[in-house]
Design a binder for this molecule. Structure first.
Ligand SMILES: Cc1cc2nc3c(=O)[nH]c(=O)nc-3n(C[C@H](O)[C@H](O)[C@H](O)COP(=O)(O)O)c2cc1C
Length: 357
């Protein structure tokens, strides 16, 4: 039994957000303790030559990255890299700092290895995040910066909000993601709109030549999803990230309620099928037109292999770290490397998109 499995019952006695704050303090502390950083890296970061890949000019030594929401303020970059991620997506960051939604806003559904969160882009804002990034950037693995809009900004002014956030952070990340799919900022998902997305990526290309992505929700109808994604790719997006959390509350037996209604977004195992279904559609439609990153309910190496086959070049995880602990990356990468060889693929490049090419 891993050390994390032993201490998990005690961690799970804590309020989930409090537990996260303790983890954040510990991982942030790694930056000031190079010996511990080295110890972590030598135990968790394993190199498997068959997982190494170059995408959009960036080197990914394995396909698994950290999904945004875990390190919203770029405080844990060094500690997280030492756990074996090939890339980190930081944020969501808004131009101005904001507290997010009232607490409690993060809940575990332990019976289904899932989470329900209504965080609402709590973050310290671009200026303070840049100060954290200045300590590490450029970094040894790609850093993605996920951008959102402050909740007090009207939808009509959203484009300017994304523009300000991108201008502020453009020199401190390797790629940028526009998040228009969080369920926890009122109206944000309305920005999953063909015209808005077109304007968004037109604006982006006037500011940076670095890769940019659109992150979408799993709850759109198929036609609108394809139209919105096409609009992003036609404008200048390098790729698509699917998916954010779901608001399909039927997927858990007792969703947490606020004022008698389910609220927030669901992630983890309950999202696995939905996220993979979205990926299959995106893979069929856009595999040759952009890079697809798959996220949602990934917890095994065979989940990852399936996503790669369905057209994802990279995957990300968040909820499975909470349930399995820091060893998850080492296990997933080791098992994936073996699985690839067993299925006769000499390199990860050979398997990406094999079901949709
Ligand atoms: C606590 C929490 C906070 C999150 N915050 C963000 C966020 O700020 N921006 C974002 O794009 N996605 C956010 N997400 C969504 C994740 O990045 C991811 O898309 C989703 O959780 C599905 O992946 P998973 O099943 O591996 O957790 C958050 C998820 C959780 C659980």
């Amino acid at each position: 039994m891993s050390f994390y499995k032993k201490i998990r019952p005690y961690i799970f006695k804590l309020d989930p957000e409090r537990a996260h704050t303790l983890v954040e303090k510990t991982l942030a502390g790694v930056s000031y303790a190079p010996l511990i950083e080295n110890m972590l890296a030598s135990s968790f970061c394993k190199y498997h030559a068959n997982l190494d890949n170059e995408i959009l000019g960036m080197r990914f030594y394995n396909p698994i990255g950290l999904a945004p929401g875990f390190d919203k303020n770029a405080t844990m970059v060094r500690g997280l890299a030492a756990l074996g991620f090939s890339h980190l997506e930081l944020g969501t960051i808004t131009h101005n700092p904001q507290d997010g939604n009232p607490k409690p806003r993060l809940f575990r559904h332990v019976e289904s290895n899932s989470l329900q969160n209504a965080m609402g882009f709590n973050n310290i804002g671009t200026r303070a995040v840049i100060r954290n990034l200045q300590k590490v950037y450029p970094f040894c693995i790609p850093l993605g910066i996920n951008l959102g809009k402050n909740k007090n900004i009207a939808l009509a002014d959203a484009l300017t909000a994304y523009e300000l956030a991108l201008k502020a952070t453009k020199d401190y990340g390797d790629y940028f993601i526009f998040n228009v799919s969080s369920p926890n900022t009122v109206g944000l998902r309305n920005l999953q709109d063909v015209n808005f997305v077109n304007e968004l990526f037109d604006m982006a290309k006037s500011i940076t030549t670095k890769p940019t992505f659109l992150k979408i929700a799993p709850d759109m109808d198929l036609d609108s999803m394809l139209e919105v994604c096409k609009s992003a790719l036609n404008a200048s997006a390098s790729g698509l990230i699917a998916t954010n959390t779901t608001i399909d509350y039927s997927l858990v037996s007792s969703p947490k309620l606020k004022d008698g209604e389910p609220f927030g977004g669901l992630s983890g195992k309950i999202l696995k099928t939905k996220s993979n279904e979205v990926l299959k559609e995106l893979g069929k439609a856009f595999f040759k037109e952009g890079i697809i990153v798959s996220v949602g309910g990934i917890s095994t190496a065979s989940d990852i292999l399936e996503r790669l086959k369905n057209g994802a070049s990279l995957v990300q995880i968040l909820t499975s770290i909470i349930y399995e602990g820091p060893g998850v990356m080492k296990r997933l990468n080791g098992e994936l490397s073996k699985l690839l060889s067993e299925e006769g693929f000499s390199n990860i490049k050979d398997v990406i998109g094999i079901n949709v090419r």
